[in-house]
Design a protein around this ligand. Structure first.
Ligand code: IMP
Length: 196
């Protein structure tokens, strides 16, 4: 059976593929469907955007689809950038631009006020089911970039109980504890039953 990951993000594609390893499915992504362009994320919540991506791809292809939407919620900024995490520094910006903007916003803010969480909503749609799971992880925004792995805000997302940023973890280590990893572990359990 085939499942489409509704993403054009190679970093996410890799994480999603790792998390779903061992289930008897053929995984492809939007890179295999060039006729499906970028899907505009017009929702105001992670669930809305995740559903929007999954429904759009499923309606076009008729192939079971998984989508995710992720936000970094910083307490000091009242939950920003949240659902707008990809566009925090503007449209068509780099990961580095978003990271720099966040570091500037938090310049001089003491460690105890730099709490943040990553939240992901993963949705799955096929002709019978429409379901979703959520994963989250608490952390602290570091004062500078630490580590060179991962993507996005990983080099400034410090996980206190590990003593490292996400960018210092291998992808297997990150997947075990991350927002997306947790949401996918939940989805994986459900999918194993759905696909029986
Ligand atoms: P999206 O809207 O779900 O594509 O994600 C929003 C933005 O959050 C992305 O462009 C990344 O900058 C960031 N992001 C998503 N997932 C992660 C992650 O696992 N680590 C770090 N940043 C992430």
């Amino acid at each position: 059976m085939k499942i489409i990951l509704a993403t054009h993000n190679r970093d996410k594609e890799k994480e999603l593929q790792n998390s779903l390893q061992g289930i008897n499915i053929e995984i492809c992504s939007l890179f295999d469907f060039p006729e499906i362009g970028d899907i505009e994320e017009t929702g105001t919540t992670l669930l809305e955007n995740s559903l929007l991506k999954a429904r759009t791809v499923f309606n076009i292809t008729g192939i079971p689809t998984i989508a995710d939407d992720t936000g970094l919620e910083v307490d000091f900024l009242d939950g920003a950038p949240g659902v707008y995490s990809a566009r925090y520094a503007g449209n068509n910006v780099s990961y580095q631009d978003n990271v720099n903007k966040l570091l500037i916003k938090l310049d001089g803010v003491p460690r105890e006020k730099r709490k943040a969480k990553f939240r992901t909503v993963v949705t799955y749609i096929d002709k019978n089911e429409e379901l979703w799971t959520e994963g989250r992880i608490d952390g602290i925004i570091s004062e500078s970039i630490i580590g060179d792995g991962g993507f996005g805000y990983d080099p400034i997302f410090f996980v206190p109980h590990i003593g490292k940023t996400f960018a210092e973890l291998s992808s297997a280590e990150k997947n075990k504890i991350s927002h997306r990893g947790i949401a996918l572990q939940k989805l994986r359990k459900i999918l194993i039953n759905v696909l029986k």
